[in-house]
Ligand binder design. Structure first.
Ligand SMILES: [Zn+2]
Length: 258
């Protein structure tokens, strides 16, 4: 049940800011314009690697951060997002989630979506034996859910996955499809694995975004240059009229009582 304030559309921006930010005034901030419920069944999105992407309107973006959580940089990323009332998706590495469960829980408490990115981040899963790759995927999901929620079940709480280095094989894509786990690629990225100044990175990613006009954007919350760039990036999105869409999985179907 949503709090009364959340049921009133007028207060939607407050509710979208997440449970710990309920009292935050998001007036004049970039904010989160809408929540998109995504059905993970057979989902493969991101035009860098797949023919289709999410159903985004012109100037709508989905912000995604890979490889965390890490104490040196993830808190700065969370702070910048909170300051602008923006909700994002983190594709986390299992061993980092297990090592920093406090940060993982903070991501969730602040309203972000936490998806999965394998246990050890092999480069790539497609280049190792199928059984090892599946084990690394499953260990990662189990480690993430245990760190986030205290336990892992047969179905991940958030059935969203991104392949490290986008190294997917048709066999692994079929495996995830069979597990009901959606696969996220990206539509554009900041190339933040390449060393550059935050200013150079901002110029690069905004040029790519202005060219694409919309899309799933890949960043890394483990990169200091990205953490430093983020406040200016969010300001640039606001000034140019971009709107942030927050993705969440559709609620799992519950069995009908006999
Ligand atoms: Zn990665």
């Amino acid at each position: 049940m949503l709090p009364a304030a959340c049921r009133a559309a007028l207060f939607l921006s407050l509710c979208l800011a997440g449970p710990t930010a309920m009292a935050q005034d998001c007036t004049g901030k970039l904010g989160t314009s809408r929540v998109m419920q995504v059905d993970p069944s057979g989902l493969q999105v991101g035009t860098k690697h797949f023919p289709q992407t999410l159903d985004l309107a012109d100037r709508e973006v989905v912000l995604t951060f890979d490889d965390g959580p890490l104490p040196g940089t993830t808190p700065s990323v969370l702070k910048a997002l909170a300051r602008e009332c923006v909700r994002a998706t983190f594709f986390v590495i299992g061993r980092n989630a297990a090592g920093h469960p406090d940060l993982l829980r903070r991501e969730i408490a602040e309203g972000h979506t936490v998806g999965h990115h394998s246990m050890t981040h092999p480069m790539t899963l497609a280049d190792i034996a199928y059984d090892k790759a599946v084990a690394d995927i499953e260990k990662g999901i189990a480690a993430d859910d245990k760190a986030a929620y205290g336990a892992s079940g047969t179905r991940p709480r958030v059935p969203f996955f991104r392949f490290p280095g986008f190294g997917a094989s048709s066999e692994l894509l079929d495996y995830l499809k069979g597990r009901g786990i959606g696969v996220f690629g990206a539509d554009l990225w900041a190339s933040d694995w390449n060393p550059m100044t935050p200013e150079e990175q901002l110029t690069l990613v905004m040029a790519r975004l202005d060219h694409a006009g919309r899309g799933i954007i890949l960043l890394h919350d483990t990169r200091a240059q990205t953490a430093k760039m983020l406040p200016a990036f969010l300001t640039a999105l606001k000034e140019k009229g971009y709107r942030v869409v927050h993705i969440v999985p559709v609620p799992p179907r519950t069995a009908t009582a006999p």
